[in-house]
Design a protein around this ligand. Structure first.
Ligand code: SF4
Length: 305
């Protein structure tokens, strides 16, 4: 099994720059979808069914945006007050960029928007309870990282933050903003962090020392220390997962796998486990380019948060 670094970039250019041997790409979110429920993967990645944004998802996006911008400020200015001041302007920016977010609140529902912004500010308080951003200088924020594994699979995803210690040690940080029960999603969150760890190891030759989940609602930190042997096994798992996706696609056979996560699934009405019927499988001409995988930002609240 071989791996080849592609590029670390803020832009989503990696598919175009990948070696000619690359046949497909896989993000941690989509890989986790298939692992969680093959039919969910199909709905999101093959049928590309729309999922209405929800308040919880929007709050997560907003908090991630504020935390990213917070580190644009000089270190002494990264205070809770500064973060609070970023909430409303960042929400305005997000609504301008994604107008469907404005449909989360009825026209003129100023109280609803105000309560939403205050709930985002409360999550930021959770952040400041576990970290002091004045003492941090992240190496990367919202960075797209990618690597080619098994010569033909491009794995890539956006990590929330990467810290690099003076001795070169890497710490991958993922902010969790959802209110869903943590035990239902922790395995999925860890899967995603190992995905990033694998990419970093393959591109930089360094196994991240720490994979850190920051649970902002509970103001808790969950650290995990991977090792190289584990990442070798994980790489095999990712490649095997991709082979399984290829087989399922060839057979047009994506089965539902009901679990607690169904409570956060947008597609119950089309799911046989809930009495629904999936749409006809897209014809080949309409099928998505496997190199144009969705970015790794959570697609539904709770699913990744
Ligand atoms: S409702 Fe559950 S079983 Fe059905 S597609 Fe969604 S996650 Fe899968």
């Amino acid at each position: 099994m071989t791996a080849e670094s592609v590029i670390d970039t803020q832009g989503d250019q990696t598919a175009a720059q990948a070696p000619a041997t690359v046949r497909a790409s896989l993000s941690p979110s989509r890989a986790a979808d298939f692992k969680t429920c093959p039919l969910l993967y199909r709905f999101r990645s093959i049928d590309r069914l729309p999922e209405r944004p929800t308040v919880e998802q929007a709050r997560g996006t907003l908090v991630h945006a504020v935390l990213e911008r917070l580190f644009d400020l000089p270190a002494p200015a990264r205070t809770p007050e500064s973060a609070g001041d970023l909430v409303a302007p960042q929400w305005d920016r997000l609504v301008t960029e994604e107008p469907e977010l404005s449909t989360l609140f009825a026209d003129g529902d100023a109280a609803g928007v105000d309560g939403f912004l205050r709930s985002a500010a409360a999550l930021l308080e959770g952040y400041f309870a576990v970290e002091d951003p004045r003492r941090l200088e992240p190496a990367e924020r919202e960075a797209l990282i990618s690597a080619v594994v098994d010569d033909e699979l491009l794995i890539r995803g956006y990590l929330d933050r990467l810290d690099v210690a003076p001795d070169g040690a890497l710490r991958v940080v993922d902010y969790k903003t959802g209110g869903a029960p943590r035990e239902a999603f922790e395995a999925r969150a860890l899967f995603q962090l190992k995905f990033y760890a694998l990419v970093l190891w393959r591109t930089r030759g360094v196994v991240p020392r720490v994979l850190r989940l920051l649970y902002l609602k509970d103001a808790e930190v969950c650290d995990y220390a991977p090792d190289a042997e584990e990442l070798v096994r994980f790489e095999r798992t990712v490649v095997a997962l991709w082979r399984a996706i290829e087989q399922a696609t060839a057979r047009q056979d994506f089965r539902p796998r009901p679990s607690r996560l169904c409570d956060w699934c947008s597609h119950q009405s089309r799911c046989p486990s809930f009495g629904g019927t999936p749409p006809p499988f897209p014809v080949a001409a309409a099928a998505p380019d496997p190199l144009v995988d969705a970015r790794s930002r959570p697609a539904t609240p709770g699913a990744d948060e």
